[in-house]
Design a binder for this molecule. Structure first.
Ligand code: ZN
Length: 308
């Protein structure tokens, strides 16, 4: 309730001060909902953009703490990049409503929805939101597949050029450089993981399916019985027996997930718990997309070697 009151005050202040500015001058003000999208925006925008992420690298993108400062940031934005597919459903819509910024309204050149153009995995046949279930439109954690990243950076460059045509050449050059670098790195990552084709991992949330598909790994089970539903003892017992039967000995957790639950399962399955992150900056030395993926692949390779 306290937050709501604060949001109302900020909204009133924005309206009183004129709120939106008529057009941007200088650097494009870009807001990304999550740090992974922000890192891609920086790579494409270079010096022509000023990028902010709303979620912290260590925050669960499904449950971001909405703050009044987010409304101010959104109110001043020239471009908003969101993951889409309901990733931010729980927190972004009220912020946007309070921010009252037409430049980033749905359908405007200043609004980028990353999920557009992505072939979604895990699209549910039936769905019950009342149970707290997430991923109604399919799995929104698609940025861990480098080929999806290609689609998204292309979309970002296109929108940036529409909003700031004067910098279009810069965006195009940055895009080409990024895509070329990604091709080189993807081949490298595939080569590193090739000896572990079919290797089984267990994740806390269903957030590694795109990475698994691209690199031919298998997400055997998740500690959550369904995306967004907390692990129950009965479900964990089932996971433990499945892991034992399949000799799966690698569990992946992100910073905002319950590591202790993973450790409990690991003790009973002789598994290792790997600290991994989808968000650049969540772990040391992972500020860019490439650094993050390098870290991830290296960590997985080491774990697969150790548990072989
Ligand atoms: Zn999710």
């Amino acid at each position: 309730m306290k937050t709501v009151t604060l949001l109302t005050v900020i909204t009133a202040t924005l309206i009183a001060s004129g709120g939106t500015r008529p057009s941007f001058a200088g650097r494009l003000r870009v807001v990304a909902t999550t740090p992974d999208l922000a890192a891609l925006a920086r790579a494409i925008g270079g010096d022509a953009v000023d990028v902010k992420a709303l979620a912290k690298p260590t925050e669960d993108p499904h449950y971001v703490d909405a703050k009044p400062s987010h409304i101010v940031t959104l109110n001043r934005a020239d471009v908003l990049i969101e993951g889409g597919a309901e990733l931010e459903l729980g927190w972004l819509p009220p912020l946007l409503e309070s921010a009252r910024n037409e430049r980033i309204a749905a359908g405007a050149p200043g609004r980028i929805v990353a999920s557009q153009g992505i072939r979604m995995l895990d699209v549910p046949a039936t769905f019950d939101r009342s149970k707290g279930d997430l991923h109604a439109l399919g799995n929104p954690h698609f940025l861990l597949d480098p080929l999806n990243v290609k689609i998204i950076v292309t979309q970002i460059a296109d929108h940036f050029a529409q909003v700031d045509p004067q910098a279009a050449d810069l965006f195009a050059a940055n895009l080409n450089r990024f895509l070329a670098a990604l091709d080189v790195k993807l081949a490298e990552w595939q080569e590193q993981l090739a000896p572990f084709r079919g290797a089984k991992v267990v994740t806390y949330h269903k957030d590694f399916v795109y990475l698994a598909q691209r690199f031919q790994l298998q997400v055997l089970e998740t500690l959550e019985p369904k995306p967004g539903i907390a692990p129950s003892p009965a479900h964990l017992a089932k996971v433990i027996s499945i892991m034992r039967a399949a000799d799966a000995r690698v569990i992946l957790v992100q910073p905002y997930q319950n590591r202790r639950t993973a450790e409990t399962v690991a003790r009973q399955t002789n598994a290792v718990v790997l600290d991994i992150a989808q968000q650049p900056g969540a772990l040391k030395g992972t500020d860019t997309y490439f650094e993050l993926m390098d870290y991830m692949i290296r960590t997985l390779v080491t774990a697969f070697q150790e548990t072989k």
